[in-house]
Write a protein that binds this ligand. Structure first.
Ligand code: 3HC
Ligand code: NAI
Length: 691
């Protein structure tokens, strides 16, 4: 095949030119790819023999978008706009042939082609919003012209990947090819276009779908309302909507101007920088420096879960969702039945929302086999213990598993904070023992902390990473220390939040500050949700802490309709003067003078020690890299992704400022704020912790 450059080939066979891109892993629109497209289309247009052009990709996918790793660098070679102009204004029809995913800039290139053909398994989408961006290569103006304003806003603000059959229905693709003969079918389609003298369709000229929405402000205000809760704090969804508004209300070229202006604003802002960082961090977290890509991976055909409580049930569902059978063990039939009925109810709720079918419910439940004897786990490839957080109980279970589990099985604990090395030491095979720390609700939360014990084998770590991918989790490998990475950092925030109450900040002021920062919920609303009486004992309670006092007053949290807050019948919370009084009385008996605490102080007091703890974790080698800490906090604890995570956020503030702030707080409030020596070194030696 005649090569145009390293990543593109042009082949002319009778009257069809086939331009093939081959730029692994995802044919992103790097300078090389843009150059290849530019030269290829130009020379096909100039070639008199050629009557139509097919653009197709090698490898796993059609163009998956702009090359994100080039963002922020000096632009090289032809711009994407130049490439698109050349394609759209070609006097010869151009067909894009899609497999895998046509995403972002990839779909935007396809939308400048005159026709699109796709295999049934392929998907199209404009996922820029997930990178804090909007489609910046005409997508915001062309998509509404094909699918209408409403659908375009849905696609652009969700970033959804739309299956080929739906794309066909919406007019986003013109033809569906056979799964295994895309090239042949695309060439036949191109021949058909020539034979039938079909027009050179330019999406930009087609206003039919958007005319009806011109001046319809309600359409946009309703849409804004419908996504407000989900997109709180994010800039990109709003800017995407404004582009569609421009598409509907302005001529194409004016709309493009709006798109470019808003794209530049997002691209140069901190939200997109954080979201792009999160994209690469998530993928980087899968790489463990001392474990090679060829490490042997254990095949997981059957999973065992011990404990059918809050976590065990959710964990089991993850495996059933991907077709892996699960044996779940409980202490007795009654608890087993209760656990299994919770799983069924969860699936049925999902089916009611239309996300899975009734048939899926039965299929998934059919994969879950409840038992009451650990002996039933003897044929499992992976066993995950999720019993009460009690070291003696866990040790006993692992001792038993040692004699039950088959050779080579992975033995995992879902402990939130206990020492995995100690648990592993109960077995004769500590190399097979690992922590797999899921987050509640385990069937929903994306994070999996993989806790690598001192003796855990490389193969068990690599296999755990592979399992995480299989069940659609985002994994980060962490070391054994109390609370691992996530809960260890959480403890810092919790401690400060509790202290702040006894200095004068009210629970809702602290919650509001953190909610406004972008967390889904503040620590006190969270405590109310979990129940204030976890670990509290009525018999021994002596009113020594605020929590004691609240529980003694029957304020157990949401379940008793009052805790730190008051709850109405729909669980809507409101501040309660009674709580304020309890706090004031408590402070008075302890001779504490309450003062005004500003929102800024609340944030610094809660967030700076978290960042400081991150540095301690890095110094101790409990996380592989700073970005892994951010992955844990974004996907496990709801740190707003547009703030990148504690370490990224710290870098935005400036580590020198964080250090200074910690020193000042140390002086006022003591050693809880003593800066990590590693943070001091990073500031002093200007070390970049993100490389
Ligand atoms: N640019 C640069 N690198 C990319 C990339 C992109 N657009 N998309 C994926 N990659 C890299 C990943 O970083 C990863 O690298 P690694 O192996 O070194 O870690 C590798 O490609 C494979 O990616 P995944 O592990 O994610 O592979 P999957 O097969 O699971 O998923 C995918 C493939 C669905 C294409 C997924 O990678 C993805 O969603 N990519 C991002 C798509 C996207 O957001 N496109 C829009 C870009 S912005 C844009 O186009 C702006 C335009 O409007 C102007
Ligand atoms: P839970 O109390 O809801 O469930 C524990 C279950 O284990 C109970 O149903 C109990 O009957 C069962 N069990 C106890 N001993 C057993 C035995 N010998 N054999 C079989 N089953 C037995 O507890 P939860 O919340 O599910 O926690 C389980 C583990 O997960 C704990 O280690 C906890 O720290 C950890 N975890 C909990 C999270 C949460 O948010 N609840 C989050 C992440 C981890």
């Amino acid at each position: 095949m005649p090569s145009l450059n390293e990543v593109t080939n042009l082949d002319v066979d009778s009257r069809i030119a086939v331009l093939t891109l081959n730029s692994p892993p995802v044919n992103a629109l790097s300078a090389n790819v843009r150059e290849g497209l530019h030269i290829g289309v130009k020379s096909a247009i100039e070639n008199e023999e050629v009557e139509a052009i097919v653009i197709i990709c090698e490898g796993r996918t059609f163009i998956a978008g702009a090359d994100i790793s080039e963002f922020g660098q000096e632009p090289k070679g032809p711009s994407l706009y130049e490439v698109q102009d050349m394609i759209e204004s070609s006097p010869k029809p151009i067909v894009s042939a899609i497999h895998g995913t046509a995403l972002g800039g990839g779909l935007e290139v396809a939308l400048t082609c005159h026709y699109r053909i796709a295999v049934p398994s392929s998907k199209c989408g404009l996922p820029e919003v997930n990178l804090g961006l909007l489609p910046g290569a005409g997508g915001t103006q062309r998509l509404p012209r094909i699918v209408g304003a409403q659908k375009a806003m849905e696609m652009m603000t969700s970033g959804a990947h739309i299956p080929a059959n739906q794309c066909l229905e919406m007019g986003l693709v013109d033809e569906i090819a056979n799964e295994d003969s895309l090239l042949e079918d695309a060439v036949n389609f191109a021949n058909q276009i020539i034979n039938e003298k079909r027009p050179l369709v330019k999406v930009r000229d087609n206003d039919e779908k958007i005319n009806k929405d011109r001046g319809n402000e309600e359409l946009f205000s309703n849409f804004r309302k419908s996504i407000a809760r989900k997109t709180r704090g994010f800039l990109a969804p709003e800017y995407n909507i404004q582009c569609v508004e421009a598409a509907v209300n302005k001529p194409f070229d004016e709309g493009i101007k709006v798109e470019r202006e808003l794209f530049t604003k997002l691209m140069t802002g901190s939200q997109s920088a954080a979201q792009r960082y999160a994209f690469f961090s998530e993928r980087q977290a899968n790489k463990v420096p001392d474990i090679s890509k060829d490490e042997s991976i254990k095949e997981i055909k059957k999973v065992g879960v011990i404990g059918a409580g809050t976590m065990g049930g959710g964990i089991s569902m993850n495996f059933a969702n991907v077709g892996i059978p699960v044996t779940i063990i409980e202490q007795n039939e009654e608890r087993l039945e209760r656990g299994i009925s919770v799983m069924r109810r969860n699936y049925e709720n999902t089916a009611r929302k239309g996300r899975i079918s009734e048939n899926d419910v039965e299929k998934r439940m059919g994969l879950i086999n409840g038992q009451t004897s650990l002996g039933s786990l003897n044929d499992c490839d992976l066993i995950i213990e999720a019993v009460f957080e009690n070291m003696d109980l866990k040790k006993d279970i692992f001792k038993q598993l040692d004699s039950i589990a088959k050779e080579g099985a992975i033995l995992a604990s879902n402990t939130s904070a206990l020492n995995v090395n100690e648990i592993a030491a109960e077995t004769s095979r500590p190399e097979d023992v690992i922590g797999l720390h899921f987050f509640s609700p385990a069937n929903v939360m994306r994070l999996l902390e993989i806790v690598r014990g001192e003796k855990t084998s490389k193969s068990v770590v690599a296999s755990s990473l592979a399992i995480a991918k299989k069940i659609n989790k985002i994994a980060a490998v962490v070391g054994v220390c109390p609370g691992f990475v996530g809960n260890r950092i959480l403890a810092q925030r919790q401690r400060e939040a509790n202290k702040l109450i006894l200095e004068g900040a009210l629970p809702w002021e602290i919650d509001d500050a953190l909610y406004d920062f972008g967390f889904p919920m503040g620590p006190f609303a969270m405590s109310d949700l979990a129940g204030l009486d976890i670990g509290w004992n009525k018999e021994t309670s002596k009113g020594e802490t605020l929590r004691d006092l609240l529980c003694e007053a029957g304020r157990l949290g949401q379940k008793s309709r009052k805790g730190f807050y008051l709850y109405d019948e729909n669980r809507n919370k409101s501040p309660d003067p009674e709580v304020e009084q309890i706090i004031r009385d408590f402070a008075e008996t302890r001779q504490i003078r309450l003062r005004d605490v500003t929102k800024e102080e609340i944030l610094e007091r809660c967030l700076y020690p978290m960042i400081n703890e991150g540095f301690k974790i890095l110094e101790e080698g409990m996380a592989i890299r700073a970005s892994d800490i951010d992955v844990v906090w974004v996907y496990g604890y709801g740190w707003p992704i547009y703030e990148g995570g504690p370490m990224f956020y710290g870098s935005l503030i400036g580590f020198d400022k964080i250090l200074e702030g910690l020193k000042q707080m140390e002086e006022k409030f003591g050693p809880d704020f003593t800066p990590s020596p590693y943070l001091e070194r990073v500031v002093e030696e200007k070390i970049n912790i993100f490389v």
